[in-house]
Design a protein around this ligand. Structure first.
Ligand code: GLN
Length: 397
């Protein structure tokens, strides 16, 4: 991003984030809108949420739940979150001292980083990585230590736990993991949790588990949450997002579950950058969570969209990577005969958006250094007719 011109009289501000510009998600969404392209770039649904959820929020507003809620979140919502985690992962977090409602997943990530990273502390990040992680670490004065995921030819991305182990030093304060993983669609197996636990045993290293896609795991898998692993849960901030689970990304409500000592520090930061999260949404979500059907149905709902999208692209020159979770599908584009040869991922995405009418996200935007895998990410959280229209355009390539 070019630096904004300094108006006369405005002192020069030395940026805390000199390398940060507009996110790729915003950029590609704008390009898609400009060219009337089908937007499979930025990850958000193009369908509405359950009207029953809106009704729950409306009831909360009419019941005058419109003033500040408790700093840590509406008790009924913290109770509902604790009950869901206990049901799914067998761990009982104490709602009063171990669950905090946040303004979405991104705030929870930044708050957890700021709560535990001191200047000079190292934070291990697995790449490709969601774009908020590195700026969050930089704001805390931390040093990001990047460990690339590995890929066998023809297979999906996987974490190289030996490389993670080799990246740990006496200065490591935190390891940041994300499963199901944006952008690759890879998901933890139980063995991944055991490997991570073994690496961190006898250290003071903390963990952030970005689990915002927790209810999008496919083919009969169970989501392997850090919350379900005794050793890891004891040192982890486990984060999730109602925006993803209930198709309301614009509501910005999520949560952090962590042992009381970690939660106490998390809340110190939360209190002074967010203070509280909006009240009627919290009450509405709490009553909507009385019925487990919506989140129980989510894996099948998104699996069918994944399968529809994959089937549509099966006969094309795209090579599809496995997508075991999230609402993302990665694809190699090197085999497309209709595309100009040799395009970088970013240029391919620009070409695809402007010339073919389908927006995607370059995988390279999830790396700090320039890395080209010849892979782009599509979001399939779209109506079936949107997916079908996109497939028709992509199939012509
Ligand atoms: N999480 C979404 C994605 O990965 C985008 C969020 C954003 O636009 N910052 O596409």
């Amino acid at each position: 991003m070019t630096a904004a011109a300094t108006a006369p009289g405005t002192p020069r501000l030395v940026s805390r984030l000199p390398r940060v510009g507009t996110t790729i998600f915003t950029t590609m969404s704008a390009l898609a809108a400009e060219h009337g392209a089908i937007n499979l770039g930025q990850g958000f649904p193009d369908f509405d949420c359950d009207p029953a959820l809106v009704a729950c929020v409306e009831r909360a507003m009419r019941a005058n739940h419109n003033q500040y809620p408790p700093m840590a979140g509406v008790p009924a919502l913290r109770d509902a979150v604790a009950a869901k985690i206990a049901l799914l992962h067998g761990r009982r977090y104490e709602p009063a001292s171990e669950i905090t409602i946040t303004a979405g997943g991104t705030q929870a990530i930044l708050t957890a980083i700021l709560a535990c990273v001191h200047p000079g502390d190292e934070v291990v990040v697995i790449e490709p990585a969601y774009d908020s992680y590195l700026p969050g670490i930089a704001l805390a004065g931390g040093v990001a230590v990047k460990v690339p995921m590995q890929r066998q030819p023809g297979a999906g991305f996987a974490i190289d736990w030996d490389a993670v182990g080799a990246a740990l030093t006496p200065r490591t304060r935190l390891v940041l993991v994300n499963s199901p993983h944006n952008p690759t669609g890879a998901s933890f197996e139980p063995a991944d949790l055991d490997r991570l636990a073994a690496l961190l045993r006898d250290t003071d290293i903390l963990v952030i588990g970005d689990e915002v896609y927790e209810h999008m795991v496919f083919d009969g898998r169970a989501h392997c949450s850090l919350a379900g692993h005794d050793e890891l849960a004891a040192r982890s901030f486990v984060l999730s997002s109602f925006g993803k689970t209930f198709h309301v990304t614009g509501w910005k409500v999520g949560y952090c579950a962590a042992p009381a000592a970690l939660t106490a520090e998390f809340r110190k930061v939360h209190q002074f950058n967010v203070f509280t999260v909006n009240t009627p949404m919290q009450h509405g979500l709490a009553s909507y969570l009385d019925d487990p059907t919506p989140w129980r149905e989510l894996p099948a709902f998104y699996q069918s969209k994944r399968d529809r999208f994959r089937a549509g692209l099966a006969g094309t020159g795209f090579r599809l990577l496995p997508s075991t979770g999230t609402y993302f599908q990665c694809a190699e584009y090197g085999g497309l005969s209709a595309a100009p040869a040799g395009l970088s991922e970013l240029d391919f995405c620009r070409w695809l958006t402007t010339q073919v009418g389908v927006a995607a996200i370059p995988l390279s935007s999830f790396y700090d250094a320039p890395v080209e895998n010849g892979i782009v990410r599509f979001c399939f959280a779209k109506r079936d007719d949107t997916l079908d229209s996109a497939i028709a355009r992509l199939a012509a390539l």
